[in-house]
Write a protein that binds this ligand. Structure first.
Ligand code: ADP
Length: 170
């Protein structure tokens, strides 16, 4: 049985096996939760991301896909990087956003993570409405989560975002 829960707080402080980064396709860091993760993880994480850019993802990580790295100085074991659709670039397909959650779960299960925490992917700089993100995210993780994942947590920065996820899960 997979438990799904929601907390209001800071993703980088979660005691889980893996946290998911709302990255951009360069994998080289950015603002928002991406910046917070790299700031907390330290230079080792950026080094791993650079290596991925020079090998597997020479053209960047495509929207909806996910890849795991170590977690540098963070309390978790892995960071799963995924790229949400950017509304400001006309990326409005909810299936692409659902892919971020589903593929992150697959990658997490693949490395052996049993617990995972997600931010509200695409709800920040990428411009999606939090209500849409909450609906897509909760449906995507409920549909068919890998059996080896015990805990899926959504970590929302603001009370408003937390409330949107609470309603979507209810
Ligand atoms: P995107 O570019 O995918 O929209 P952002 O990082 O800009 O990603 O925003 C995604 C969500 O993450 C926003 O709701 C933002 O408030 C939230 N966020 C930012 N920092 C943190 C953090 N440290 N922990 C949890 N959520 C965060």
């Amino acid at each position: 049985m997979t438990t799904i829960d929601i907390v209001q707080g800071d993703l980088t402080k979660q005691s889980v096996d893996a946290i998911v980064n709302a990255a951009n396709s360069t994998l080289l860091g950015g603002g928002g939760v991406d910046g917070a993760i790299h700031a907390a993880a330290g230079p080792k994480l950026l080094e791993e991301c650079r290596r991925l850019r020079h090998t597997t993802f020479k053209d960047g990580l495509p929207v909806g896909q996910a890849v795991a790295t170590g977690a540098g100085g963070l309390p978790c074991k892995w960071v799963i990087h995924t790229v949400g659709p950017n509304l400001h670039r006309g990326q409005t397909d909810p299936a692409l956003l659902a892919d971020c959650f589903v593929n992150s779960l697959k990658v997490a299960a693949g490395v052996g993570a049993r617990s995972i925490a997600f931010p509200a992917i695409s709800a920040g700089a990428y411009g999606w409405d939090i209500t849409d993100v909450a609906r897509v995210a909760t449906q995507a993780v409920k549909a068919d989560p890998p059996a080896s994942i015990d805990l899926i947590r959504f970590v929302l920065f603001s009370a408003r975002d937390f409330e949107a996820f609470r309603q979507a899960l209810a």
